[in-house]
Ligand binder design. Structure first.
Ligand SMILES: Cc1cc2nc3c(=O)[nH]c(=O)nc-3n(C[C@H](O)[C@H](O)[C@H](O)COP(=O)(O)OP(=O)(O)OC[C@H]3O[C@@H](n4cnc5c(N)ncnc54)[C@H](O)[C@@H]3O)c2cc1C
Length: 489
């Protein structure tokens, strides 16, 4: 029985974000998760600037409650100054993954998206018109038919395995223990304290007497079993490295993992897609997984909605892999480099010094900050000479709409539709897009914050990336509209 257009497997942050994006696109979507309740442990403590912007352009930042913006001004422990850069690259800090997931769940509830807990996907079969999914639910085994299936089921993804999609990556060579504690107050080491022999400890105060501690030690098992880890083992490892006892502390949760990484060879096979950790397993040391996954979701959501709604131009669905897989690959490479710097022994000291000298240069700092924050992402969306082409539209450009209302660019993307902004002098350009008005919002507005160089017109995809500018693009608006939004009605 066809239960929805799309089934999202996994109610982690990526699956929840994707389900919301699909719903905004008018898709009938259902989320299945094998857990009977949201996970209690809270892995990520924040996310990057671009991930935050992705939430902001759907109006979701206000749902997150209190958090702080802060600089992510180090690469593998080599610090550099983000304050000297023109753009603000700081990210969201001090926000638990559990709170991010709760906020997304609240959004889905408002959008009317069902999240079915206690439903574990165990198999599927693709047919020419859809996917037949097998699962085990609270009432036993079941079968559900959908048009598309998306595996957002995390590291070691079942969907990825069932689809037969191979991964490349590295085996784990060392372990990492982490715990969230109350009742003890270890000395804070928020970006980590390196210790002899490639060891490191991190202690991040979380407020309200809570602390996150992390132990990196080559002597820990390379493939620890997180389910078998006890707090005593974490406390032992912490004391061995720091001399501080935290045995009297109260653990809220403990977690163990290795430093393996993995990248799916394909992000799409037929009607089955992968997003988030299911597509790319980035070692937790880098703390980029959630951020990358949210952006996968925002990239895929509108494209899949276009396919379901019948207006996706040829090849649109394939641009998901073409755009996002290279980013996954780059992040894994960067995580390997950062981990060498962070966890290498004293032999890495000269490399750290050279990196420090390089990062004192503004152009190098700009490059690395762009990689870390996600603001440096530029997709190949067509040729031209405007520097914003293929990049995200800055969310805080101010405009006055034709009826005199003030607006910010991020606010105009709340609907997750395409966006064509034209200045009053260039309003005639908007007439050329009239045939796409059911998919693209046509906005006439005067720039209050004028983009540099100035823009008479700009076409923005639902994920916030600039697909065409006037002037500045080599191809014309009609071609760009057809490429991203299909045939005019
Ligand atoms: C210690 C640690 C710290 C981290 N810190 C950060 C950070 O600061 N910033 C950051 O950006 N990232 C961080 N990360 C990474 C981040 O936690 C992950 O990248 C993120 O959780 C991935 O989200 P996801 O939705 O892809 O997968 P997950 O969060 O793993 O969710 C997958 C979901 O799928 C469900 N599922 C699995 N199999 C099935 C099935 N067969 N059927 C139904 N449901 C299924 C699971 O129950 C789960 O709910 C950290 C990771 C760790 C381990």
């Amino acid at each position: 029985m066809r239960i929805a257009d799309v089934m999202v497997v996994g109610a982690g942050p990526v699956g929840l974000m994707l389900a919301g994006e699909l719903r905004l696109g008018g898709v009938d979507v259902v989320v299945f998760d094998k857990l009977t309740a949201p996970a209690e442990e809270s892995r990520a403590l924040g996310f990057t600037r671009r991930a935050a912007e992705s939430l902001e352009q759907r109006g979701l930042l206000s749902r997150l409650g209190e958090f702080r913006w802060g600089p992510m001004g180090h690469f593998g422990g080599v610090r550099f100054d983000l304050g000297a850069l023109e753009e603000d690259h700081s990210g969201v800090l001090g926000l638990s993954q559990a709170r991010t997931e709760a906020a997304l769940l609240g959004w889905l509830a408002d959008l009317g998206v069902p999240v079915r807990r206690g439903h574990e996907v165990t198999g599927f079969r693709q047919t020419p018109s859809g996917v037949e999914v097998s699962y085990t639910g609270p009432d036993g085994p079941g079968r559900a038919d959908v048009a598309y299936l998306v595996g957002c089921d995390g590291a070691g993804s079942t969907v990825r395995g069932l689809a037969g999609i191979p991964v490349s990556g590295r085996e784990s060579t060392r372990g990492m223990y982490t715990a969230e504690i109350t009742g003890a107050a270890p000395r804070p080491r928020p970006i980590g304290e390196r210790l002899p022999g490639g060891r490191m400890v991190v202690c991040t105060p979380l407020g309200d007497g809570r602390f996150r501690i992390v132990v990196h030690d080559p002597d820990l098992p390379a493939r620890p079993d997180p389910a078998a880890l006890t707090f005593e083992e974490v406390a032992d490892a912490w004391e061995r490295l720091t001399g501080e006892s935290i045995r009297h502390a109260e653990p809220r949760w403990v977690w163990a993992c290795g430093n393996s990484d993995a990248l799916a060879a394909e992000y799409r096979r037929g009607r089955v897609f992968l997003a988030g950790d299911a597509a790319h397993e980035i070692p937790p040391l880098a703390a980029w997984g959630l951020s990358a996954g949210l952006q996968d979701a925002v990239n895929l959501g509108w494209k899949l909605a276009a396919a379901v709604n019948g207006w996706a131009p040829d090849g649109l669905l394939d641009t998901y892999q073409a755009e996002r897989r290279p980013i996954g690959e780059l992040l894994i490479r960067n995580a390997r480099a950062a981990s060498r710097l962070y966890l290498g022994d004293e032999a890495m000291d000269p490399v750290r010094e050279v990196m420090g000298e390089l990062l004192a240069r503004k152009d190098a700092a700009e490059h690395i900050a762009g990689l870390l924050s996600g603001l440096g992402i530029r997709y190949d969306l067509g040729k031209g000479d405007h520097p914003l082409l293929g990049k995200r539209i800055p969310p805080d450009l101010r405009l006055t709409l034709s009826d005199g209302t003030p607006a910010r660019t991020a606010d105009l993307l709340h609907t997750a539709r395409g966006l064509l902004i034209t200045t009053p002098a260039a309003e005639h350009i908007a007439h050329r897009a009239a045939g796409w008005a059911d998919r693209v919002d046509l906005i006439t507005a005067a720039w209050e914050t004028v983009p540099d160089p100035a823009l008479d017109a700009v076409l923005v995809r639902p994920d916030g990336y600039i697909a065409w500018t006037g002037p500045g693009s080599d191809h014309d608006l009609t071609e760009a509209l057809q490429t991203w939004f299909g045939t005019a009605r």
